[in-house]
Design a binder for this molecule. Structure first.
Ligand code: GRF
Length: 189
């Protein structure tokens, strides 16, 4: 049995899609969803889906080994950041080398780094009149959005696409590719 721990800060539609993908797979379980935001919609989804979920604060994450110790007790084969907005601290990165992956809603190295999250990314893509955008799934290292790329997928943009329409196109790519990539990486662990 392979165990996944998910981190999410927002709506959690990727969490729900990942749960749906692995629901019938007896070889993979989602041990817990961890979030830094106690009013995040992801908690409603976890309630409905009967997923374990925990909320933590800054001190648990950056000022102590609390989250690390929770992770150790969960013993994950893979940690998946699915819309998680805080930078991962070094104690976690060094404890889980090549076992933390992230999804970024653009084609890195473009539109990455500090401040480039959520709608900021799609607005920047729109402002630059990009003809395409996409997703990047990558390993997490100590620098924002700079770990080794595992998979990128692209979608064409139309000049009339609004940032909201771009976000929707990108979400579709995420739903299509993220669970499959998680499965591939898990099989290699
Ligand atoms: C996704 O677009 C993901 O790429 C980004 O945050 C968004 C999360 O969406 N990092 P959701 O919370 O899974 O709906």
């Amino acid at each position: 049995m392979k165990r996944i721990v998910l981190f999410a800060s927002g709506s959690g539609s990727n969490v729900e899609n990942i749960e749906h993908y692995f629901r019938e797979n007896p070889e993979v379980s989602i041990s817990c969803v961890l979030s830094n935001k106690r009013d995040a919609k992801v908690f409603e989804r976890c309630n409905r889906l009967n997923l374990n979920a925990l909320c933590f604060n800054k001190h648990s994450f950056y000022g102590s080994d609390c989250v690390l110790n929770i992770l150790k007790s969960l013993n994950p084969d893979l940690i998946v950041l699915a819309g998680f907005l805080w930078k991962i601290p070094d104690n976690l990165i060094s404890s889980y080398p090549n076992k933390i992956i992230n999804i970024h809603p653009a084609l890195l190295p473009k539109y990455g780094g500090k401040g480039m999250y959520g709608m900021h990314v799609h607005e920047a893509v729109k402002n630059n009149n990009e003809a395409e955008t996409g997703i990047t799934i990558h390993f997490v290292n100590e620098n924002y959005d700079e770990g080794a790329i595992i998979k990128q997928a692209k979608v064409d943009l139309n000049p009339i696409d609004t940032p909201e329409m771009i976000a929707e196109k990108v979400h579709h790519l995420e739903y299509e590719h993220f669970p499959k990539v998680i499965e591939q990486v898990l099989m290699g662990t």
